[in-house]
Design a protein around this ligand. Structure first.
Ligand SMILES: [Zn+2]
Length: 384
């Protein structure tokens, strides 16, 4: 109280002193009447207490409102932070959605390629696009891991398709046939059109380079394997039924003596021994031909032909389509022949080549020709 009193200046004190002269209050509570005396000192104490209370109320009010203002700023800041986090999360989520789509596309392509049940055109449309890898976040990290495994799988598949192409090309080379013979645009029978390398047709320009390379390798392999069907690989007769009587090359002419080129091989057997087409093709001719007697000539496409001479009977006619292994004629001794045998020729671009390799090392080619799909055998222990 004294602090309050002394803090007031003297003039004010005198003014208040008049106002705060001693007073008597009469309080009636319904039954009794009490007199209360308020001396100046007590009134000053009451006033001081009131002033203190008022001061506290002001301070408390200021304090009550000041933190409220701070809190508003904090809320705004927090709201901004939340909004920013939400934006970040949306971006992360969007990146994850893009990565998920990328993974799915790559997986669909790899599955289709490995299973080998899709044609080149469909597969070309499935080559995944070149989607940039998203920055690593908790949401994209799992996709990055799968993408890595897919890259490894694509690499493996590429090695396998290239290996398979090489095996087929090697098998052809052993026959004296260049694999590039089959890289022509026109897969139909006939002599083939101009050389056309495998094109990137139908693949989107923004394709993932690794997957584009894999597709190109697969397409090249698939094309070769499809067209290898035109390579004579079967035997024209059951070898157990015949004797190998004359080989390809220069020999002594059986009629005139003297050296003469023998353009095929002679396989001797009884008249009427069945003779089979050694590859799919079209009958080019089935007629009498000088020297050959009754001759069947098959056109297998890609400049490849086979000839079957000295036949006793021809069971096909020109223009007819035949399959490898189809019965086409019966053995005989027509034309320049000293006894019942088959004269068998393989011709590349009109030139007779040695047919023996075609009869011998053809197990691999037969397997390729008998393929039902282009499934790529993948296996081995897991990368993980
Ligand atoms: Zn002959």
């Amino acid at each position: 109280m004294s602090v309050v009193v002394h803090s007031l200046n003297a003039g004010l004190f005198e003014k208040f002193r008049g106002a705060l002269r001693p007073r008597d209050l009469f309080l009636h509570d319904g039954s009794t009447l009490r007199q209360v005396r308020l001396c100046t000192r007590r009134q000053v104490a009451i006033l001081a207490a009131t002033l203190l209370l008022l001061a506290w109320a002001v301070v408390a009010t200021v304090h009550a409102f000041a933190p409220a203002a701070t809190s508003d700023t904090q809320v705004a800041q927090m709201q901004a932070k939340v909004a920013s986090m939400q934006a970040d999360y949306s971006a992360m989520k969007q990146a994850a959605v893009v990565q998920a789509a990328r993974i799915e596309q790559r997986q669909a392509f790899l599955s289709a390629l490995v299973e080998g049940k899709t044609d080149a055109k469909t597969l070309a449309a499935m080559v995944p696009g070149d989607v940039p890898t998203a920055p690593l976040t908790p949401l994209t990290a799992p996709y990055a891991k799968v993408a890595q495994q897919q890259d490894a799988l694509a690499g493996k598949a590429l090695a396998l398709t290239e290996g398979r192409y090489r095996m087929t090309a090697d098998a052809l080379r052993r026959l004296g046939v260049d694999a590039r013979r089959f890289q022509r645009g026109n897969p139909s029978l006939g002599m083939g059109g101009p050389y056309e390398p495998v094109t990137k047709a139908n693949i989107s320009d923004d394709a993932d380079p690794q997957f584009r390379a894999l597709f190109m390798s697969w397409k090249k392999m698939d094309q070769l394997e499809r067209e290898v069907i035109s390579v004579p690989s079967a035997r024209p007769v059951f070898l157990k039924q015949v004797a190998f009587t004359s080989s390809y090359g220069v020999r002594s002419d059986p009629f005139r003596g003297g050296a003469a080129m023998h353009a095929g091989i002679d396989l001797a057997g009884p008249i009427g021994t069945p003779i089979y087409a050694t590859a799919d093709g079209v009958v080019n001719r089935a007629e009498w031909a000088n020297g050959y007697g009754n001759l069947v000539e098959l056109n297998h496409g890609k400049g490849i032909q086979t000839r079957y001479g000295h036949l006793s009977k021809m069971l096909v006619s020109a223009g007819q389509r035949v399959k490898r292994g189809d019965l086409i004629a019966k053995m005989g001794s027509t034309g320049r022949s000293t006894g019942s045998h088959l004269h068998y020729e393989v011709r590349l671009d009109g030139r007779a080549v040695n047919p023996v390799p075609f009869l011998q090392s053809t197990d691999y080619l037969l397997a390729v020709q008998n393929r039902t799909d282009t499934r790529i055998a993948m296996g081995g222990p897991d990368a993980n």
